[in-house]
Design a protein around this ligand. Sequence first.
Ligand code: ATP
Ligand code: MG
Length: 329
Amino acid sequence: MQQKVLTGDRPTGPLHLGHYVGSLKQRVELQNTSSQTVLIADLQGLTDNGHTPRKVSDNILNVLADYLAVGIDPERTTICLQSALPALSELTMYYSNLVTVSRLQRNPTVKAEIASKKFGSSIPAGFLSYPISQAADITAFRATLVPVGDDQLPMVEFTNEIVRKVNSVAGKEVLVECRPLLSKVSRLPGVDGLAKMSKSLGNALTLGSDETQIRKAVKKMYTDPGHLRVEDPGNVEGNVVFTYLDAFYPEEAYVQLLKDRYERGGLADSRLKAILEECLQELLRPIRERRAEFLADKAQLTDILRAGTGKAHSETEGIVQGVKAAFGL
Ligand code: ATP
Ligand code: MG
């Protein structure tokens, strides 16, 4: 049977290099072999932006343009908008009765996000429970494969818990379990080399970055603080420039050669950075240009999103009926 793929992004900002290596590249491949849906998760974006909703609404078309610019093809991938699909909100309500607050509080990704967003004791209820809405998204499309970064693994596990609970209440298989698909780079660090690159942390290099932004970001990257003179042996482990070369440089063998030379001594940080910069400039130039072309025609973007959402609407309504019936309604 053909894989059913569901994945998505919060439109809380334009997409970045972490999305590219963590998930977007795989989607471009998967659309050739699978039935794929990509969700722009605006409702989930609101869970930490309820009082700043423009941050979400303003970025919906940006994210869509990012998808199209990297090669996600609306003829082969259904691209849809979460808030325009009532089935997703309905399912969230049903599932929330099968989940305890303490289970939500134990989710390691949500826990880390609560700490980094400094919510203190003012955690929005929607934020704490966004993994439930993610389970609704995945199950509404009967997805079996979910390409994600590693921060999303707890969400996939949690979704399968809900699937088993619903099936147990129903006494038959109403929902199907899914599995995550991790890429080779499932957690790209920010350009500062610290936390995961994230739209919310100000440590991202977005897909629309211009040449100067790329140059500046690479220039600021940490290498090995002990590598003072060119001839000194340098450390590759924990060296952000090498992390990025591993993630983006097309020829693995050449990166290995650079690593060997760096470790022996004799390779300057400036040379290493020039290689990375050229690689990122080449990767992002065509994406940036296509992105700008798509954004110049907002009417076309809106049509693409409307068409995909219409298709998703019919697909998701059927699942709600099955879940309602499981609850005897
Ligand atoms: P926000 O800061 O608003 O949460 P984000 O940058 O974390 O934004 P999301 O929309 O939450 O992006 O994530 C969308 C998808 O991209 C998820 O599958 C996530 O795992 C993946 N992803 C995000 N950042 C990275 C990263 N740095 N490395 C690998 N995958 C990533
Ligand atoms: Mg995130």
